[in-house]
Design a protein around this ligand. Structure first.
Ligand SMILES: Nc1ncnc2c1ncn2[C@@H]1O[C@H](COP(=O)(O)OP(=O)(O)OP(=O)(O)O)[C@@H](O)[C@H]1O
Length: 247
């Protein structure tokens, strides 16, 4: 089992997660009884063909979407039992999320976007902290730029800085390197590696075997189910399994 392999208690446990979109003949079972632990201080990559349920798993595990059935346990709390306010508070304080679409606030500068989760949590953002977070993704010089003045890759890096600035226990990232060139992708992956090594738990959806190979574990989804997993992945092994799944 993964847990005994890495010797860590799970930060998040997903039990029997199911989620169907639509009804009748048009219904899509995006998650079909997923069981998985995300061990504390480890980095898990979630892979699989388009439409296999990766984002659905991520959104449900992060409490952004409610499952039809199953349980998501963060430490000892079943997050399904929380009301909307308690869930929002948990997301603000314990969970970070990098969205596929970045979700930056268009009217705010890069540094204001990065400071936003701290402000929402009622903390006064220290200028040095925000500068360091942007510097860590190579954007110190662009801190006063608005999202529309930034490239897609730069916006993605602001989104990564914003998600990490609160030092969340668990960081969920939906394709955090999808819009990045090789060098910027490596910088973001180095940042995620350091975060996991420092004890944060990372769950990342990716299509890129090079990104997945930086993780501790790779799980493969197909048709809303986990069909394979690799501990201590390398690029070739990940690529081979992925090709096998998409065949
Ligand atoms: N809000 C929704 N309404 C209807 N169907 C949805 C919705 N969200 C997801 N689906 C469907 O559920 C299935 C799983 O979607 P999901 O986004 O989780 O897959 P994915 O593996 O992340 O895909 P991709 O790699 O293309 O981002 C797909 O068939 C998708 O069309």
């Amino acid at each position: 089992m993964i847990n005994s392999l890495v010797g860590a208690a799970p930060a998040i446990s997903v039990h029997g997660l199911s989620r169907t979109y639509g009804t009748g003949p048009a219904a899509v079972r995006a998650a079909d009884g997923i069981d998985i632990d995300f061990p504390r201080g480890t980095w898990t990559a979630v892979m699989g063909p388009s439409g296999s349920g990766k984002s659905t798993l991520l959104h449900c595990a992060a409490g952004l979407e409610r499952p039809d059935s199953g349980r998501i346990v963060l430490d000892d709390t079943d997050i399904a039992t929380l009301d909307d306010d308690a869930l929002a508070a948990l997301r603000r304080t314990r969970i970070g999320f990098v969205f596929q679409s970045f979700n930056l606030v268009g009217s705010l500068t890069a540094e204001q976007n990065v400071a936003l989760p701290l402000r929402l949590a009622g903390r006064r953002p220290e200028a040095g902290l925000i500068r360091d977070a942007l510097a860590a993704v190579g954007l110190a010089e662009r801190r006063r730029s608005k999202p529309r003045e930034l490239s897609g890759g730069q916006q993605q890096r602001v989104a990564v800085a914003r998600a990490l600035v609160t030092r969340p226990d668990v960081l969920f990232a939906d394709e955090p390197t999808g819009a990045l060139d090789t060098g910027s992708a490596r910088a973001v992956l180095d940042l995620l590696r350091r975060a996991a090594d420092a004890g944060q738990t990372i769950v990342m959806v990716t299509h890129d075997p090079v990104a997945a190979a930086r993780a501790d574990l790779v799980v493969f989804l197909r048709d809303g189910r986990i069909v394979d997993r690799i501990a201590g992945p390398d690029v070739r092994e990940v690529t081979d399994r992925l090709v096998g799944l998409e065949a």
